[in-house]
Design a binder for this molecule. Structure first.
Ligand code: FMN
Length: 374
């Protein structure tokens, strides 16, 4: 019987499914619910020292539906980090650890470009008992106006410096969460790992405009008739998340073997999770999926991932982590491989014609070329 249990950066998880930072980890009550449902770990909604600067608006979500209108495939939000006071969070972190001593509770933190602020937030969260940190360098809306979030994640030099401050104070594992709103996601990831972070999380949301209402001519989500570009999530972003996870995993394998990777972006099933792990993720996070399907979705996800492992006779996650990375290459190499295969096929065709005499060699080659184009 395969096992989903895994140890990442010394954190012992019953399974690799982690609640991604956002509404599903927005207060103690829902975090406790997540542990009760069997999530492998919970990353709380991002906190900062001065929540009074965080002011949310409504509406702050807009959705892209499938053409039959039944399914949400893309989700835009203009939600900021937590607007709940830091002292309340510290109290809830303590109570959460009291109630779930074995549960892995990860604090997602964000601060301005100020060393004292980052050190204070790290020290106070770890004194409250959190098991690890995720550094939010990635929210694409609102916070960058204050040079926070994605504004840091897009500047590897600043990001490396901030990670250095955090690593000077942190006594628990630290994952740096990357923004996809950048050309080469390996660059900030490399800066975080070079500064000593234990792992990378990717991806946060993709900067987006959901659409324009053709009656009012106002873009959505419309706040008093106005909007601002937001962050895109849910299953529509999964191919982009997989590509970025692949790029980071390839970099980690070459330059920082042993560091960890937490993959997210559109994960809704055990088979989605299997793909992220095959591309190098140690753990997988789910945020919008929990908002769509509820906390209990972790159970079918675990079952589906176990079924995948049984099908392939994998005993542990390590047996298949990164397996599919080996099949990425350059386009020029694809051309070489294809022409070699075609040449081999032609040679085989000539041999076959000689032996059975039914088709002319040219006819066989035409047929097999047509087949390979399908
Ligand atoms: C409504 C909403 C709020 C979010 N808030 C945060 C946040 O506070 N901190 C953070 O690091 N990521 C936040 N995220 C991003 C998610 O954690 C995740 O990176 C992203 O949505 C992609 O994963 P998903 O498709 O599973 O949601 C938020 C996402 C959504 C949809």
């Amino acid at each position: 019987m395969p096992t989903l249990a895994t140890t990442v950066d010394g954190l012992r998880l019953p399974n690799p499914f982690v609640i991604g930072s956002g509404p599903p980890g927005t207060n103690l009550s829902v975090i406790n619910r997540a542990f009760r449902e069997g999530w492998g770990a919970v990353i709380a909604k991002t906190v900062s020292l001065d929540a009074s600067k965080v002011v949310n608006v409504t509406p702050r979500y807009a959705k892209l539906h499938s053409s039959d209108g039944r399914e949400v495939i893309g989700w835009e939000n203009i939600e900021l980090i937590s607007d709940r006071p830091f002292d309340i969070w510290i109290d809830e972190f303590k109570r959460c650890k009291d109630a779930n001593p074995g549960g892995v509770l990860i604090a997602s933190i964000m601060e301005e470009y100020r060393k004292d602020g980052w050190i204070e937030i790290v020290e106070r969260c770890q004194a409250a008992g959190v098991d690890a940190f995720e550094l939010n360098f990635s929210c694409p809306h609102g916070l960058p106006e204050r040079k926070m979030g994605a504004a840091m994640g897009q500047d590897p030099e600043v990001l490396g410096e901030v990670c250095g401050w955090v690593m000077g104070a942190a006594k628990r594992p630290v994952w740096a969460k990357m923004t996809p709103n950048i050309t080469h996601i390996e660059d900030p990831s490399r800066a975080a790992l070079a500064a000593g972070c234990q792992g990378i999380s990717a991806i946060n949301t993709i900067r987006s405009v959901m659409g324009v209402n053709l009656d009012t001519l106002r873009p959505e989500p419309s706040v008093e008739g106005w909007t601002t570009p937001g962050g895109y999530s849910s299953k529509a972003v999964r191919p982009i998340a997989l590509r970025m996870v692949m790029e980071i995993a390839t970099m980690i394998r070459r330059e920082f073997p042993g560091r960890s990777l937490s993959g997210l972006g559109g994960i809704e099933s055990g088979n989605d999770a299997a793909q992220f792990i095959l591309l190098g993720a140690d753990t997988v996070q789910v945020c919008t999926g929990v908002m769509k399907f509820g906390y209990e979705c972790v159970r079918p996800m675990c079952e589906e991932l176990l079924a995948f492992m049984e099908r392939h006779k994998f005993e542990t996650l390590a047996d298949f982590k990164g397996r599919s990375l080996d099949y990425f290459t350059t386009h020029a190499d694809l051309v070489r491989r294809q022409s070699e295969r075609k040449a081999a096929q032609k040679a085989e065709a000539k041999r076959t014609v000689r032996s059975d005499g039914e088709w002319s060699g040219d006819e066989f080659v035409k047929q097999s070329d047509a087949l390979s184009r399908q």
